[in-house]
Design a protein around this ligand. Structure first.
Ligand SMILES: *Cc1c(COP(=O)(O)O)cnc(C)c1O
Length: 387
């Protein structure tokens, strides 16, 4: 063979089973070889277990999806290039013109906008309901309702919704229940075992946990996941093999990480609750939290996000924010590094005072994603910033 031919083909073909690699390799390939037309026919007829094209499926991604299904307690799971790709795929598959989604008004901004700005163009109807209405979901479900979509805990107030009550009401009405379980993860809140039909997560946050991957996840029954997988092929939102590899590595330590996030956050929340410069601490693990009882019923740990209301309103929050040194100023959450954000300048940016009040968000709020540093260092950082 000529050098160019040799160079392109040398060493590239490694069939599964040929090596004894302990971990799954990164199959960074866009496509897969078929040996014959007979094999291709068998594949198309579903009689050959093979891969065709990485927008459809990829072995590295499938391996990590199996981990995800294991942690979520799901029959099947899918990975996406972002949380938003997962949300878009779920909504576009499960809804059609004339269907109504009942959605919590306290929801991730991207979810709100995809429903309000995009799905509205395809005739999908949206009804946004308050937490009080969500506490009695049966009454909120109407004749056109096809799906109830909600979160718990909710950003940035960490208010909680009784997951079983929503799941039961949806089952009774024959409506799909979908939760964005990003903040809790299945380690703290195994939503599928509580009767939820579909669990969505931003894998960017606790699933990966190392702030170096953008990804999304859907988990549920095989019957629900199969059509979602078909839409993923069409929309093209599958995760790439390299981030899938990183996510798979991150997920292996998830139980350890989440346990430490829970412990660190509770320690920091308890310290902050007694601090004279703090107006209020919102953390579902504190007895003072309005939904502590709900959280105790459905969460085995209360997560790593703590929201504080600093005395002195916006000026107090800005001053504290700028003085933090160990805790970095950055959007997102769920990584090993502690980071903080100002809801009024991120998730709730541009809202009027009235809208802020309705969302339970104040100008003195700082949301802290507690990482895996020593809790005493985080407390010392907060102490100096608040002094
Ligand atoms: C980050 C986030 C999303 C969106 O996920 P991306 O990975 O950023 O696309 C959705 N829901 C919640 C609750 C989030 O925190």
């Amino acid at each position: 063979m000529r050098p160019a031919t040799e160079l392109i083909h040398a060493g590239e073909r490694t069939d599964a089973g040929e090596t004894t690699s302990l971990t799954v390799p990164i199959y960074e390939t866009s496509t897969f070889i078929f040996d014959s037309v007979a094999d291709l026919i068998k594949y198309q007829e579903g009689k050959l277990n093979a891969y065709l094209y990485s927008r459809y499926e990829n072995p590295t991604v499938v391996a990590v999806e199996q981990k995800l299904a294991a942690v979520d307690g799901a029959e099947a799971s899918l990975l996406f290039s972002s949380g938003m790709a997962a949300i878009a795929t779920a909504l576009m598959t499960l809804l059609k013109a004339g269907d109504e989604v009942v959605c919590s008004a306290a929801i991730y901004g991207g979810t709100f906008h995809i429903l309000e700005d995009l799905l509205s163009k395809f005739g999908v109807e949206r009804r946004f309901i308050s937490l009080d209405e969500l506490a009695n979901p049966g009454a909120a479900i109407g004749p056109k309702t096809k799906m109830v979509w909600f979160e718990s805990p909710i950003n940035p107030t960490l208010r909680c919704v009784d997951v079983r009550i929503v799941a039961d009401a949806c089952k009774k009405a024959g409506v799909l229940s979908v939760i964005d379980n990003t903040f809790a993860s299945a380690i703290n809140q195994p939503v599928l075992s509580m009767g939820i039909d579909l669990s969505m997560q931003s894998a960017t946050k606790y699933l990966n946990g190392h702030s170096d991957v953008t990804g999304g996840a859907l988990s549920g029954s095989r019957a629900l996941i199969t059509p979602l997988s078909k839409t993923r092929r069409l929309l093209g939102g599958i995760m790439d093999p390299i981030p899938a590899f990183a996510l798979g590595r991150g997920m292996k330590t998830m139980p350890l990480r989440i346990a430490q996030h829970n412990a660190n956050a509770l320690t920091v929340a308890r310290f902050l609750e007694g601090h004279p410069a703090i107006e209020r601490v919102s953390y579902p693990g504190l007895a003072s939290h309005p939904d502590h009882a709900i959280a105790q019923r459905q969460m085995s740990g209360f997560g790593g996000v703590v929201t504080i209301d600093v005395k002195g309103g916006q000026a107090g929050a800005f001053r504290t924010f700028d003085r933090l040194t160990v805790i970095k100023r950055a959007a997102s959450l769920g990584g090993v590094e502690s980071i903080c954000s100002l809801p009024m300048l991120t998730s709730q940016y541009g809202l009027t005072d009235e809208e802020l009040a309705k969302a339970g968000v104040s100008k003195g709020m700082i949301r802290i994603s507690i990482g895996l540093e020593d809790a005493s260092d985080l407390i010392a950082d907060l102490e100096q910033a608040l002094s």
